[in-house]
Design a binder for this molecule. Sequence first.
Ligand code: FES
Ligand SMILES: [Fe+2]
Length: 396
Amino acid sequence: MDTQSLIENYESGKSLPQAFYTDERIFEMDMQHIWQKYWLFAGVTADIPKIGDYFTYKINKDSVIIIRGDDGEILAHYNTCRHRGSLICTKESGTAPKLLCPYHQWVYNKDGSLFKARHMPDDFDKSDFGLHPVHLKVVEGLIFISLAASPPDFEPVIEGFGPFLKPYQLHKAKIAAKKRYVLKTNWKLITENFRECYHCGAAHPEYCKAVIGANLKESAEVYLPEKQADWSAKGLEVKGIDFVDDSFHFAVRYPLRPHFESYSLDGKSVSVPMGEHRDYDAGVLGLVCYPNFWIDAVSDYVWTMRITPVSASRCYVDLSWLVDANAVEGKDYEVDRLVEFWKVTGEQDWELCENNFAGIESSHYQPGPYAPSELDVVKFVDWYIDRLREGTRSVM
Ligand code: FES
Ligand SMILES: [Fe+2]
């Protein structure tokens, strides 16, 4: 079947046909119709705390420079020189008073304007050769960019995420640890994995110990009204956000098991309460923004996940652990203890995602039915297919 027929004939409720996970042509469609159109989580403002701090983020063929400007604002530019196109920043992160192209030494200001171009004629107008800007939004310390000419409306995400995030004071938070995994899988299989807990009972004993209902044998419903009343009384947002129509963000707050203070193997806290939190009773906050953002936050730390596809069969997962701005390593937290819950749980997931991909590559893979508890996976896959249908129909 040709690609367009595969897209048009997809049957909702089943896993996708093989080509969606393995075919590089469909990967290019994913890039064109989703990754170059939607909002991508790039990092956190704590990644670039000082003026001139920058990091680069590569999405398929585009590299973007995200830099802290002279007034402390966050700016984003395409990392391609306006002279002959060289990459300007060749490292993943650094600090630069000006951005210097390594090829012929054109020099750019942090705001992307061209500062100096050697030996150019008198009538050369520098103002015509600033770096191309990239759309950027900062939500409570989370940096999102979009490569689209006119990106989808991001206001609902800002309005939705803002009240949930405010108590964590992420714009002041400290990055305590970072880790990158390179996975042999398709990016959608990671998103699918993180949208269901059908696999949790068998795969994640540690996670199930911390979260009531993760094993699908219990329910948190009995605890929820009381917990929500407690949280509301403390000013914590409790009203979840579900995916509706074409929306691409989601929020939920749910309780940890009684006597669990944090996402940790022993249930005890791993750092001091973060930001405005005064105790260890904020439950778990989960936020998702398609296609590449996920966080889980507890009272004492925030865990962020950024997915970056490299090809149909490979992607990066970049993780950060954030703690309160004033938390001191060795006194308030130990890195090993802070990261161990998500190191254990995440690595269980990465293995499942790689196995899933390897099995899908088989000559005998066939799309199979999603279980009722995988409803959120169905929603994601339907959203994904709709984006390809919308994109490919508009260019036909
Ligand atoms: S390509 Fe950048 S200065 Fe020539
Ligand atoms: Fe999982």
